[in-house]
Design a protein around this ligand. Sequence first.
Ligand code: 0X9
Ligand code: ZN
Length: 304
Amino acid sequence: SASASAEDWFAGYHLYRDHVEWLKAQIRDHPTIARPFSAGKSFQGRYQAGIKIGSGPHHVVFHGLQHSREWITGSVVEYLIYQLLVGTDTRVAGYLKKYTFHIIPIMNPDGFIITQTTDRLHRKNAQREGDCLGTDINRNWNFHWNETSNDASSTDPCAYNYRGPKAFSTPEATNIARYLKSLPNVASYMDFHSYAQLLLTPYGYTSVPPANYDSYLKPLADGAVKALEAVHGTHFQAGDIYHTIYPASGSSIDYAMGEANVSVPFGFELRDTGLFGFILPAVQIIPSGQETWAAFTFILDNLR
Ligand code: 0X9
Ligand code: ZN
């Protein structure tokens, strides 16, 4: 349940309603540093519920479960919340003065419900078109949307990477985009996915990386991956979406950089590399959280 100790909470995966309660409990238990917010409502009217932590001038925005079958991402995002609220890392006090964190563990609640009721491997949201269920939210962002060459996104409502009938037809992406643009300066935006063990930078829509890639983004990502690997020896690879995973257009971090002016957007692809895939055993939640914390804090320590 939501009042379980951290050790118990991170020992398993949980029902949607328990995640909602868990987040409320964190806010209730840490009223001086945490408060609730929501980016808006999903297609079916569920809140994209979030927690704001800290009071610094530099804003850091991140979320899990844009793709609903990637359960480890919700748990790892919660683990990062837990570290920011009650962790023993001595750097946290400094982070809470420098940054305000805006964190949404479950970006796609409708899809998450589907994975817990009817289809464990559902990836998309709940907007039906004909016989097929869901738009791929991570192909629906309004920056180079609908570049369908190279399988970067699909026009087929039944495809796993269906782009939607128009850019920002999904409320889930639209809400987060509006939220990003409402903040005065977003120091970093991070979107947590699984699985592949990658730390991705823009772009996915083109093979040409952004202007700050060689001088800043790639070295920062390499450092973060090195810090991650030092914890449990898990191997990650860093690079741009286009070359490191595959061409993808209309995705969140491309939008964050190209349209919302975020100079340091990252897409994490968490454990594993396919042995368990999306069905990652719960015993890996804490180790995955620990190594992700190392990458995350490396980024916070080196943002400029
Ligand atoms: O295809 C995707 O949307 C991402 N891979 S996944 O296996 N999780 O579906 C890769 C896109 C990269 N963009 C971000 N990570 N935001
Ligand atoms: Zn994903």
